[in-house]
Design a protein around this ligand. Structure first.
Ligand code: TYD
Ligand code: MG
Length: 491
């Protein structure tokens, strides 16, 4: 190793360089390199390390006794859904999210519930004073729970203190950026410190069997700042998201060694803390803009649970040379694909229009099944014809313009029926599926062309009819404007 152990470490991704430069070549961020002393990272000189004979250890078999009750449910159903059934003994979980989103609130509630259930639960705050944490607990009505609380930042002190007495079942470290360890020289908050502190805490968790939750701050572009390096070391990474202006908060697993990564937990921030939302569809549809063009309800699946959500589209004439395509809550490349299919196969001319697509309620959809709902919302906005308010849409669109079947049709239909919807627009092949007899009127579409024609004609069963349907057809090319193409789908 070089004599001079100073190194420039990117505070975003942890890449190290031996000289300063403006841009990190590893992650592409600018001005993130900070000089750090990395002497302390390897505590043993190389000469001694190479001479040292390794210690012998016992090799084990896969079968053998495992610890009792490896999982500890928190008692918050939505949190347990995301972790995969509770906190795993000896595991370390990283919870990331914007400042003020409610991470401390969520974890105060979780520790209080565990403490109330008789487990040793510890909350270490490196950011707030004990009095501030107490104030929050009072506000949440949890001040009387036997949580063990401290405002500390030294990892060595924390590990020594918590090694005394019964092993804590849950330890919350709020936040990992404020922790520091004696073993490295760098300032608190630098990548080297964060990595070394996390390592020490992870070692403690594995050794003691306590579950540890690390809180991590997120930068404006959604990365967990600094401890992106920590993401690889921990067992699970949860991200707590939400729109600042809205009350919904969504907890999502980004990585999970012990559970699913497609489940979401939905919460509502109230004056008395986070309330669990067991039926997210009701919440996402609570502020629907009924009867206005450009909105379609998508019957989606998040993990194991159906979630209905409104897609909102705005298609407006552009003043720019290159029209804008903006999307919130959905994959921009899928939007481009749907637009291309509409243009190529359905004769919908969109090149002169700006296109905006938004998923209401701050939800992020990952399923391709949202294609059909997005297409319906886009066409509805373009031709200014509202879609029927009692219809849900789902189906994947292929590049050829066909509407392809998607999984879990019956779960989607049941949820729609439960929430009072009367009809579903869905792929043709879904009709014969078991569970499709949910009581909903099934309006199947084989190709996107049919759906476009139907919306343009204002001919959606149950939809508001346009005074003059021909007005709407001016946006469609001659190819599709022939009346024969405006055939209504049979039920
Ligand atoms: P907090 O948990 O401190 O966020 P984080 O730890 O992620 O930075 O939550 C802060 C926000 O939550 C703050 O704007 C106030 C709001 N809040 C409520 O609306 N109700 C409550 O009961 C609590 C405790 C906080
Ligand atoms: Mg906080």
């Amino acid at each position: 190793m070089a004599k001079n152990a100073l190194s420039f470490v990117c505070q975003n991704c942890g890449a190290a360089y031996n000289r300063w430069q403006g841009k990190c070549e590893s992650c592409g961020e600018w001005n993130t390199l900070v000089e750090e002393d990395v002497t302390g990272v390897t505590t043993m000189p190389v000469s001694i390390r190479s001479k040292r004979k390794g210690r012998l250890f016992a090799l084990e078999t896969l079968t053998g006794k495992s610890n009792d009750a490896p999982r500890l449910p928190s008692g918050m159903t939505e949190l347990d859904r995301v972790t995969g059934g509770g906190f795993v003994r000896g595991s370390v979980l990283l919870v990331g999210g914007d400042p003020g989103i409610g991470k401390s609130t969520l974890l105060t509630q979780a520790t209080s519930l565990l403490a109330r259930a008789g487990h040793r639960a510890v909350y270490i705050s490196g950011e707030e004073a004990v009095a501030q944490v107490r104030l929050r607990a009072e506000r949440l009505g949890l001040a009387d729970t036997p949580v063990q609380l401290a405002a500390e930042t030294s990892v060595e002190d924390i590990v020594s203190t918590l090694s005394e007495g019964a092993v804590p079942r849950l330890i919350v470290i709020d936040s990992i950026q404020t922790m520091w360890t004696d073993t490295v020289e760098s300032a608190p908050g630098t990548v080297t410190q964060v990595r070394a502190s996390a390592q020490a805490l992870i070692r403690f968790a594995k050794k003691s069997g306590a579950a540890i939750i690390l809180v991590g701050h997120v930068t404006k572009d959604g990365q967990i700042a600094g401890p992106r390096v920590v993401e690889h070391m921990v067992d699970a990474v949860l991200s707590f998201e939400g729109e600042g202006s809205q009350q919904f908060r969504i907890l999502r697993a980004v990585k999970n060694r012990f559970g699913p990564t497609d489940e979401i937990g939905v919460f509502e921030m109230t004056g008395l803390g986070l309330r669990e939302v067991s039926n997210p569809s009701e919440l996402f549809l609570s502020e629907r803009d009924l009867g206005s063009p450009g909105t379609a309800v998508f019957a989606g699946i998040e993990g194991t649970r159906p979630v209905l959500v409104e897609l909102q589209a705005l298609v407006a004439p552009t003043t720019l040379g290159t029209p804008r395509r903006a999307v919130v809550g959905w994959d921009p490349s899928r939007l481009s694909m749907v637009l291309a299919v509409l243009e190529a196969h359905c004769g919908v001319k969109l090149s002169g229009y700006d296109v905006y697509l938004n998923v209401a309620g701050g939800l992020r959809i990952q399923e391709p099944a949202a294609d059909l709902a997005a297409a319906a919302a886009l066409v509805s906005s373009l031709v200014n014809a509202p879609l029927p308010t009692d219809a849900v849409y789902f189906g994947e669109i292929s590049l050829s313009g066909a509407v392809r079947p998607v999984a879990q049709t019956s779960a989607r239909l049941k949820e729609a029926a439960k929430l009072g919807f009367g009809r579903a627009v869905l792929p043709e092949s879904a009709r014969g599926e078991t569970g499709a007899d949910s009581g909903l009127v099934l309006n199947t579409v084989g190709g996107l062309t049919n759906l476009v024609a139907e919306i343009a004609a204002g001919g959606n069963p149950g939809g508001k009819r346009q005074a003059n349907p021909d007005e709407n057809r001016e946006h469609l090319s001659e190819k599709n404007a022939t009346p024969a193409r405006f055939r209504r789908e049979g039920r």
